[in-house]
Design a binder for this molecule. Structure first.
Ligand SMILES: Nc1ncnc2c1ncn2[C@@H]1O[C@H](COP(=O)(O)OP(=O)(O)OP(=O)(O)O)[C@@H](O)[C@H]1O
Ligand SMILES: [Mg+2]
Length: 176
């Protein structure tokens, strides 16, 4: 499913509807059809729509290179949960864990880029964050086989290069 960039409020409404339709495919199959976004704004809009499909408890690995858009997607998910605004969501690269609370769930945004060993991972105590109302959104979790094995969902973001620039992303989801 491909989403083309438009402007204006009609276009925004149309885009939201398209994401909702695409989300049925994105959410229902073990390996989703890819979704293409053309800007950070579109990835945030997609994250907002995706939030409606995320029911705690959930461990979600967010996979993709540096700058792929993982944190940008979390901005949308946090907005979708009304847990935080996009500006409040910043990268937890140094703080490692950020927490955003909403009536529906507690979101933990975790960045393991600077964590190198299983032992360091243990000291973070991620298991203690698992609760019936928690959703763990983990960047760079794929480095650890244990997390890969235990996750409920993996969302992968990839840059798609084309002649128009570097802002296109392909987003895929895999569940158990
Ligand atoms: N379609 C797009 N989707 C998401 N981000 C985009 C898109 N196009 C451009 N960008 C830009 O790419 C950057 C993505 O940064 P972001 O921090 O979300 O990446 P990340 O995957 O979390 O990286 P890191 O691994 O370093 O934490 C932002 O500057 C964002 O504005
Ligand atoms: Mg990030």
């Amino acid at each position: 499913m491909v989403f083309r960039r438009r402007t204006g409020s009609d276009a925004l409404a149309a885009r939201a509807c398209r994401y909702t339709g695409a989300l049925v495919l994105f959410a229902m199959t073990p390996v989703s059809s890819p979704i293409i976004t053309h800007s950070a704004e579109e990835t945030i809009a997609f994250g907002r729509a995706l939030a409606a499909e995320l029911c705690p408890p959930l461990v979600v690995l967010l996979c993709g290179d540096l700058g792929a858009g993982k944190t940008t997607l979390v901005k949308g998910i946090a907005e979708g949960f009304q847990a935080a605004s996009r500006d409040q969501v910043t990268s937890p690269t140094f703080t490692l864990v950020h927490e955003y609370r909403s009536p529906r769930a507690v979101l933990y945004h975790i960045d393991l880029y600077r964590i190198d060993t299983e032992r360091e991972l243990e000291t973070l105590g991620l298991d203690d964050l698992l609760a019936p109302n928690s959703i763990l959104l983990i960047e760079w979790g794929e480095k650890f086989p244990r997390l890969r094995r235990d996750r409920d969902m993996e969302i992968t973001l990839e840059r798609v290069k084309d002649e128009l620039g570097e802002s296109k992303r392909r987003i895929r989801r895999t569940t158990r």
